[in-house]
Design a binder for this molecule. Structure first.
Ligand SMILES: *Cc1c(COP(=O)(O)O)cnc(C)c1O
Length: 406
């Protein structure tokens, strides 16, 4: 198989490269394509919109309908502001939280991902003692002042985070959390999220859910529906654009109204392509299809995700392989070390040699895993596809074993 790959097209669960090779795609637009590549209803909606123009600046029917679909699905959403990426949605969430509370720090959980703006690139330093206010940046170029004054690192799925929030309540505008993290996905987060909700209310700290991945994926109503926990603000992206560039911030009216205030009393949000009709059309067609199919689709994604993870788990256990396939329904991630893995701190160090070999061996079998290792199932990954993936994963693990890597 040629590496790097240059892609020509996608259809259903598959992609084709420019040399004509076909791959089973497990990247699925980094989780955006929950209906598979070019599902007919989304294709038709985008084609119809192309005929009418694709950059019209003023809102149209689709924008109103997408906002209505979000408000209906998302318990905390009374108002919606559209952006072009999940990055912009979390950026606007942090900005409006600071404006609303008059406080500066944002609590961010270790192992989380919230996009690529400066505030999202400040992370817990895994070498620091928890609660030390010592952060690091993901890469160069983020000013030290951002790193040192704007965030509070919190340990994920750890009760110690609650103490830290209480202690720093007077500086904390909000905490932002993914109901399920990407690279160390766990499904059993209900009690933890509930306790964060109660504590945030008590401390006057806003609770922001980053549902850029989990929204319309772990349930139609995302983590809010699955766990019955309602944040103050929620950031969306990925699925709600049907595979086009999108972001949306939703939340309580009282907070979101700050975006509508004029001038210096208001919070700025805007952009050249926000709410563009092509994205809105693709998003509406996607959410309509998901809403219609929700009763069958979400249980099927859950069942297939579990089936795949269980097949790998059983094989690894039988053969005493130090590999853990973490999964929360259709969000899955391999770690080349023995479990259990509670959080990203436990995920290090891993067997990098086995990991690299595994991804190459899987690619040799015609399966494309994304470069950052978390992968996603879609509606196009039916039972037969999942069985094939399970068989390929197991063969690749056996090959790693035969090469002395595992
Ligand atoms: C992808 C992602 C983002 C950023 O979205 P972009 O559209 O890539 O900017 C934010 N949060 C989470 C959890 C994501 O997975």
């Amino acid at each position: 198989m040629p590496v790097p790959l240059y892609v020509e097209s996608g259809n259903g669960a598959h992609m084709r490269d420019i040399d004509g090779n076909t791959y089973l795609d497990l990247a699925m637009g980094f989780g955006s394509l929950i209906l598979g590549h070019r599902p007919p209803e989304v294709l038709a909606a985008m084609r119809a919109q192309l005929e009418k123009g694709w950059h019209l600046i003023l809102p149209g029917e689709a924008q109103c309908e997408l906002a209505e679909l979000l408000v209906e699905a998302s318990p905390c959403a009374e108002t919606v502001v559209f952006q072009n990426s999940g990055t912009e949605a979390t950026m606007c969430a942090m900005r409006v939280a600071r404006a609303f509370t008059g406080k500066t720090r944002i609590g961010v959980f270790g192992g989380g991902y919230h996009g690529t703006h400066d505030y999202a690139l400040v992370q817990e330093d895994p070498k620091s003692t928890p609660g030390s206010l010592q952060a690091k940046t993901a890469g160069a170029g983020v000013p030290d002042i951002v790193r040192d004054t704007t965030m509070l690192a919190l340990p994920y799925r750890d009760p110690a985070a609650l103490e830290l929030i209480r202690k720093h309540r007077d500086e904390l505008a909000a905490i932002i959390i993914q109901p399920v993290q990407n690279t160390t996905p766990h499904l059993d987060n209900k009690v933890y999220l509930q306790s964060l909700r109660e504590l945030c209310d008590e401390c006057g700290v806003l609770l922001i859910f980053d549902e850029v991945v989990t929204g319309f994926r772990i349930a139609y109503g995302g983590g809010q529906e699955l766990y019955g926990v309602t944040p103050d603000l929620v950031a969306y992206g990925k699925i709600i654009g049907g595979g086009t560039a999108v972001g949306a911030l939703c939340g309580r009216r009282e907070i979101m109204d700050l975006f509508a205030r004029p001038g210096s009393r208001g919070v700025f949000a805007g952009g050249t392509f926000n709410g563009n009709p092509l994205t809105m059309a693709a998003g509406v067609a996607t959410l309509r299809a998901l809403r219609e199919r929700r009763r069958d689709l979400y249980p099927a994604l859950m069942r297939r995700g579990e089936r795949l993870a269980e097949a790998v788990r059983a094989h690894a256990e039988q053969n005493e392989m130090a590999v853990t396939l973490m999964h929360a329904a259709s969000i899955q991630c391999f770690h080349f070390k023995a479990g259990p893995i509670e959080s990203y701190r436990d995920a290090q160090p891993a067997n990098r040699a086995a990991e690299e070999a595994f991804y190459a061996l899987v690619l040799d079998r015609g399966i494309l895993l994304p470069s950052f290792h978390v992968y996603f199932l879609s509606a196009a990954h039916n039972d037969a596809v999942v069985e094939n993936v399970a068989a390929a994963f197991i063969e690749a693990l056996d090959d790693c074993r035969a090469d002395g890597l595992l």
